[in-house]
Design a protein around this ligand. Sequence first.
Ligand SMILES: *C/C=C(C)/C=C/C=C(C)/C=C/C1=C(C)CCCC1(C)C
Length: 241
Amino acid sequence: MEKILSLMTVVPAMATDDYVGFTFFVGCMAMMAASAFFFLSMSSFDNKWRTSILVSGLITFIAAVHYWYMRDYWATNMTSPTFFRYVDWVLTVPLMCVEFYLILKAAGATKQLMWKMIFASIVMLVTGYFGEAVYTTGSGPAVWGLISGLAYFWIVYEIWMGSASKLAAAAGGAVQAAHKTLCWFVLVGWAIYPIGYMAGTEGWYSGIFGGLPMDVIYNVGDAINKIGFGLVVYNLAVSSK
Ligand SMILES: *C/C=C(C)/C=C/C=C(C)/C=C/C1=C(C)CCCC1(C)C
């Protein structure tokens, strides 16, 4: 009995009003379940879709591992696990750019397009990290957030109006439809993140977004975008088997 009780103290309890801790916990489970789903469904698809489904699974799996650590970090310190958060993003967001490339490859997408999007996403995240964790005083967060936002709009432009959109139009059918849905995820789903950022940093916007729980916003954004993205690709593979 004593042994069991001493083991229990190792597991930090979660307060019933700890919404942040709760979303880390549920987010971790959701990412794990989604990963199992994508990995196990892989073999039922034609070869040409397997890499796309594999990448969907890798995105949620990498997130699951980071959520495991972030959940623990939050439970122990009750502060935002900013470092783990950005390591997660810097691995998974470029992979989401790779998804665009993979579904448009048959229509002639080049590696150059893929690298351009990966580069823009890394600029977006590194400058965001500067504003959230390094230059956190004065106008730091607002300025770095603005630069990050410009890189974000570069990605939005590329997929909605740039070469990626032209390739999608040329591909037509299910590929074009899936591309369009992914475009909406980036325009609306990814816009959740700057809101979280403005909730968690100091700036001219603090009067509007200040006080909102940044980590809850980021966690909801991650669940919608990572699992949603994967399901769009899954649906494409199902509908054009
Ligand atoms: C799975 C994780 C995803 C899809 C993360 C996406 C993150 C962003 C789109 C973050 C964008 C930001 C801005 C546009 C400005 C403020 C700083 C960021 C990094 C929060």
